[in-house]
Structures are given as structure tokens and as C-alpha cells.
Ligand binder design. Structure first.
Ligand SMILES: [Zn+2]
Length: 107
């Protein structure tokens, strides 16, 4: 491309590129947060359906750190730390529930 200028490309566009990238990151976090809130509201207000649900990565991106689930064996409430769950980031949150058993029931 042949454009002459007295200012560098970084000077002219660097700020814009960074600004837009930041806005995209923020918008993504907002969207993830809203998706998590919507899912929470559906689960609390209507007890489901759990599908579709935000992914583990969405929840972490939105700042959620824990998932409250019912143990499949005894129905007691368990808190799962999302950042230590050994699942790929694209795992839907509702899939985590399927494996949740408290210590007593998993023995
Ligand atoms: Zn249990």
C-alpha cells in the first residue's frame, strides 16, 4: 500500500486497535455474565431446563468461581470450585452436574 504520512502507523491506529480490542473483551465478559445470570435465574426460578448452559470458560470469564449442585446420591448441596474442575473450558456447566457426588456417595 502506498500512503505517505508523517506519523507512524502505530501512532495513527495503535490506540484505536487497542481500544477496540478492549471493548471486544469487555463485551464478551458482559455477554458471558448475562448468560450466566440468565442460566442461574432459570435454574432458581424454574428449576431448569439446565440445557443449554454457559460453558465453564464463559463462567470463569464472567467472574464466577463456584457452581452449586445437588449430589446425585443424597441430594445434599455441594459447592464445586470452577477453577479447579478438570474439564475443558468448552464444557457446558450443566454437564458438570452429571458427575457430582459428595464424598460420602462417591465412596
Ligand atoms: Zn451425597
Amino acid at each position: 500500500m502506498g500512503v505517505m504520512g508523517s506519523k507512524s502507523r502505530e501512532y495513527m491506529f495503535g490506540g484505536t486497535v487497542r481500544h477496540l480490542a478492549e471493548r471486544a473483551t469487555e463485551a464478551r465478559r458482559d455477554a458471558d455474565g448475562l448468560a450466566c445470570q440468565a442460566w442461574n435465574a432459570r435454574m432458581l426460578g424454574f428449576q431448569g431446563p439446565a440445557q443449554p448452559s454457559p460453558t465453564l470458560g464463559d463462567a470463569l470469564n464472567a467472574g464466577y468461581r463456584y457452581l452449586e449442585v445437588k449430589c446425585l446420591g443424597c441430594e445434599t448441596h455441594q459447592t464445586v470450585a470452577l477453577d479447579i474442575v478438570r474439564r475443558p473450558k468448552w464444557t457446558p456447566v450443566h454437564e458438570l452436574e452429571r458427575y457430582m457426588r459428595c464424598k460420602d456417595c462417591s465412596r
